[in-house]
Design a binder for this molecule. Structure first.
Ligand code: PLP
Length: 279
């Protein structure tokens, strides 16, 4: 495949990154995943705005291409002849000696990869997922979309080993988010509930879009933590992310939600979301 690295499009095999890049030595890095449906990038401005916030929060210099990213993402898709899929965008600080506080003299490293994918017809979207709960062992800046993903890798591998699609994290107040998604519950009154934004979870672009669609559809919204004890009584549960879009959750730790049947509000929001991306 053709990737983008530091100002150039090149074959992935040709790409070279310094072993002294702080992304490699210190695990410093931020990223975004934006999907493309029928040639259109979905919510790209929101993803790029979050990339800027992540960079700022990590005191990382934006790459020189920052202002030009939408055009470069489109060019990358075009060079790979991808109409449906995703673009991965990663920024690391660049090269310094392996010294904790050293400031890079050169440019930040920008890497972009495009992949084919049909997320709106994926089994997760159309049929739903079975998940488990785990304590949220991550750090307390989860609002930054960093490439330090060891806890998520461990949580997702553990889910897979248990025959499940994913892991949802919880803290003392309730569910924080999924390992790579935000969590929504529909209660028996029909209210849509998701945790409010803070340092404890990522401000998902899809979360924001779903809240807007739900509000426009006249649904009742509540932003508060969902407690694990509420789950057996939940009318519906789903997770959102760029690649899940809206994935119905059919069971949590073996407890079925709505008898493991996709609920009406989830279906309604999936339809609204598909209309939104098709518009
Ligand atoms: N929460 C975490 C931890 C994530 O990694 C992601 C996406 O990868 C999300 C939430 C959902 O964010 P978005 O809807 O912007 O993809």
């Amino acid at each position: 495949s053709i990737i983008f690295l530091n100002g150039a499009f090149l074959a992935a095999e040709e790409a070279r990154i310094s072993p002294f890049d702080r992304g490699f030595t210190f695990g410093e890095g931020v990223y975004e995943v934006c999907i493309v449906v029928k040639g259109k990038l979905i919510d790209a401005p929101a993803h790029l705005a979050r990339l800027e916030r992540s960079l700022k929060a990590c005191d990382m210099a934006p790459p020189p291409e920052m202002a030009n990213l939408p055009a470069l993402m489109a060019e990358l898709l075009q060079k790979n002849a991808i109409h449906n899929g995703s673009v991965y965008v990663q920024v690391t600080p660049g090269v310094t000696p392996r010294n904790f506080t050293a400031q890079p003299q050169g440019r930040s490293t920008l890497m972009m990869v495009a992949n084919t994918g049909h997320f709106e017809t994926s089994p997760a979207f159309t049929a739903g997922v079975h998940v488990q709960l785990q304590p949220d062992i991550r750090w307390l800046h989860r609002d930054i979309k960093t490439t330090m993903l060891m806890p998520q890798v461990m949580a997702k591998r553990n889910a897979l080993a248990n025959g499940l699609a994913d892991t949802l994290f919880y803290d003392a107040d309730g569910l924080t988010e999924g390992a790579s998604s935000n969590v929504f519950m529909v209660d028996t009154q029909g209210s849509l509930i998701t945790r409010s934004l803070s340092n404890l979870l990522l401000a998902g672009c899809t979360r924001e879009r779903v809240l807007t669609l739900a509000q426009n559809a006249g649904l009742t919204l509540q932003e508060r933590p969902i407690r694990p004890e509420e789950l057996p009584q939940a009318a519906e549960l789903f997770v959102t992310s760029a690649t899940y879009l809206i994935a119905p959750v059919l069971s949590v730790d073996g407890i079925k939600i709505n008898n493991a049947v996709i609920g009406p509000k989830t279906r309604q929001l999936q339809k609204l979301y598909l209309n939104y991306i098709a518009a």
